[in-house]
Design a protein around this ligand. Structure first.
Ligand code: SF4
Ligand code: SF4
Length: 156
């Protein structure tokens, strides 16, 4: 499958040379590995703050491509979908997937070798077993009260 994110003509290993806030818009977008895990609904325990991941995907998530079906106009349908930026990652990193490139870099960790920026192909994310392609259920099929029956461990 072709990569929906344009990762061409980026400086080699730019993510090791620049801070998150110094990246261009294209570099920032290229950090997304397409794992799809941030598009899964989470359950947050109000008292402990613990976050549990479910396999119940956002209504716009396409399970077969592992992508948002309407990324450019998604806020018309899902106004609460977060636009992650260097300025708000401090607020969101705690619930983001452990392997998410934004979280890894924010934590000062390296990217994994299966990241498309390193492997050269978005397929490596699925081959490594860290994506949720083919593993989700759509949220219109599961009542919100039943989401806890669909809690999963993050594939890492
Ligand atoms: S969890 Fe991170 S890397 Fe994975 S799809 Fe979401 S933003 Fe991209
Ligand atoms: S609107 Fe799109 S990008 Fe946002 S959570 Fe839903 S599927 Fe993911």
């Amino acid at each position: 499958m072709t990569d929906p994110i344009d990762r061409s003509r980026l400086k080699p290993r730019f993510w090791e040379r620049k801070r998150l806030g110094e990246m261009s818009a294209r570099e920032w977008e290229a950090l997304c590995d397409g794992c799809g895990k941030c598009c899964l609904n989470k359950l947050e325990d109000e008292e402990s703050g613990e976050v549990a991941l479910t396999r119940v995907a956002c209504r716009l998530f396409d399970d077969s491509t592992c992508r948002c079906a309407q990324y450019e106009i998604r806020h018309q349908f899902v106004p609460e979908c977060i636009v992650l930026k260097p300025s708000n990652i401090d607020q969101h990193a705690y619930w983001m997937p452990e392997t998410c490139a934004y979280r890894l870099l924010w934590e000062g960790k390296p990217l994994f070798d299966w990241h498309p920026l390193i492997s050269g192909t978005p397929e490596s994310v699925h081959a490594a077993g860290v994506s949720v392609r083919g593993a989700t259920v759509p949220e219109f099929e599961v009542d919100e009260d039943d989401w806890e029956d669909h809690i999963i461990e993050e594939p890492t």
